[in-house]
Design a protein around this ligand. Structure first.
Ligand code: 4AD
Ligand code: MG
Length: 477
């Protein structure tokens, strides 16, 4: 007989039909009640064995963490909180789990502890829920773009260019690390490397994405990106997933419209399709809030925060207006900010972004028209000569969730900026050339997938929303 997933069983009318369930034992009480989870849902199913039904040796092997297969009749459950249960007829151990050694006992474990056993943490309610929501969000991203006629483009993982000009890249090489070939000057000779040049893992698919937007119209990428920045924060990973739409004929306002529409679509999708998991995560988040001092607790619960995003327009605000607000803000005047805002032109830190979102406007904010000095070379230069058509979407509890811009489509302006910034013209030849042959106004943005998942799940550390997090000093598994 084929096994049925627990998700389907609990939605089935119990008519004493014979069913097979396979999954992992969460608890076994009184030598009678086995609680089984198979990952298809947050809910467990209860399998009931009669006293003396199973031989002693087999019973002893029904331990927390063991994998079992149960065959029995699906009956209405007399117990509270569940519709159905299984009256066991046959029980087979598929995989033993030594209760003395299994690290996941049926009690609350800290997230820090679970991070150390990332191969077992998906067996917990929290990680099961987070990863099912993560899946749903990935699916919804594709559905959103598909409905709008965007083409999914696979940009390269290994590249020869540094899209953000930030320089925090992981090298890709097959040269002998101990003894690389060297040229006359004693420098490592990359002409003898696999690609006969220096290459690295991509920090963004944007530049390659632009070439496809200027041919197919509306495109998006959704893939892993890598940054070797030494940021040990709850918002940064060295390997993260990014969604990067790029649209021909969009100006920066169209860009902001799309960003808001997409985020609201994703939030709606989560509310509709992840009800049980979100209910669990909502409770989890509010329990965690209660351990914080009153002043640091967020005013809304997880589900309310998600609804809030759906129901409210995002506040749009120029960088210049933001600086005025921040300069005159209480934390700035009272020197409560770590970085005091003194003049126009300074980069905003996450404390400033969060002040605007959480304290001042109390809603998501889209900041646009940033000083060109603090933004990437490819952003479209505004008439004022000082700012570029950038836009960042800032979310409560997260800070920057999206970064994007209208792109500089004018050949001369782009080339001048690349020279000004001393960027490698050679490497960017193809990108510049795109402006020579049928250039067009276009825009795009990047949504950090894990930051989205942080928001939707109410988790507080980005290392807990990706299966195997990579950050400085950590690349296990
Ligand atoms: O602002 P960023 O660096 O923008 C770009 O990479 C552009 N090329 C995007 C574009 O216009 N197509 O990154 C975009 C987003 C950020 O807003 C943030 O959500 C996420 O990617 N992000 C990170 N997420 C996790 N860990 C990191 N180290 C991240 N760096 C950026
Ligand atoms: Mg950014």
């Amino acid at each position: 007989m084929k096994r049925t997933k627990i998700k389907d069983l609990i939605a089935t009318a119990p008519e004493e039909q014979t069913v097979v369930v396979m999954g992992w034992v969460r608890t076994f009480r009184n030598n009678q009640f086995i609680s089984i989870n198979d990952g298809s849902t947050i809910q467990n199913i209860q399998a009931v064995v009669e006293l003396d039904q199973l031989e002693e040796g087999l019973l002893k092997r029904v331990t927390t963490g063991a994998c079992i297969s149960v065959t029995g009749k699906l009956i209405a459950s007399p117990a509270k909180g569940q519709q159905v249960e299984i009256k066991v007829e046959q029980l087979e151990i598929l995989g033993d789990s030594d209760p003395e050694k299994f690290p996941l006992q049926p009690k609350k474990h800290s997230l820090e502890f679970l991070r150390e056993i990332a191969h077992l943490r998906p067996r917990t309610n929290t990680f099961g829920a987070v990863m099912r929501v993560r899946h749903a969000m990935a699916f919804a991203v594709h559905q959103f773009f598909n409905e709008k006629g965007f083409v999914y483009v696979h940009t390269p993982i290994i590249t020869g260019s540094d899209a953000e000009g930030a320089g925090a890249m992981f090298r890709v090489t097959t040269l002998d690390a101990e003894n690389p070939p060297r040229d006359e000057e004693g420098k490592v000779d990359h002409s003898q490397d696999f690609f006969e040049k220096e290459t690295n893992l991509t920090v963004s698919g944007q530049l390659e994405g632009e070439t496809y937007a200027l041919a197919l119209g509306d495109i998006y990428t959704f893939g892993p990106t890598f940054r070797a920045e030494n940021s040990n924060t709850t918002r940064h990973l060295a390997e993260f997933w990014m969604i990067e739409p790029e649209m021909a004929f969009y100006d920066n306002n169209d860009n902001m419209d799309l960003a808001q529409e997409m985020l609201q679509y994703l939030m709606k999708y989560a509310l509709e399709h992840c009800k049980e998991d979100l209910a669990f995560l909502d409770k989890r988040a509010s329990d965690e809030e209660m351990t914080k001092p009153q002043a640091q607790r967020s005013e809304l619960g997880l589900l309310d925060r998600i609804k809030f995003i759906i129901e409210n327009d995002f506040q749009r605000l120029s960088y210049t207006e933001a600086i005025d607000i921040l300069k005159n803000s209480n934390p700035n005047k009272k020197k409560k900010f770590k970085y005091i805002i003194e003049e126009w032109g300074t980069d905003l830190q996450s404390e400033h972004e969060r002040f605007l979102v959480e304290k001042h406007f109390k809603k998501p904010v889209i900041l646009y028209n940033y000083p060109k000095e603090i933004k990437a070379f490819y952003m479209r230069q505004n008439e004022d000569g000082k700012t570029v058509g950038a836009m960042d979407v800032l979310f409560p509890g997260i800070g920057e969730i999206i970064g994007g811009s209208q792109r500089e489509e004018r050949y001369d302006k782009l080339l001048t900026r690349i020279k000004e910034m001393g960027l490698p013209e050679d490497e960017l030849k193809w990108y510049i050339e795109l402006r020579k042959f049928g250039s067009a106004p276009h825009s795009g943005f990047g949504l950090g997938f894990e930051r989205l998942i942080l928001f939707v799940t109410g988790m507080t550390n980005i290392r807990d929303v990706i299966p195997f997090p990579r950050f400085p000093g950590h690349a296990e598994y």
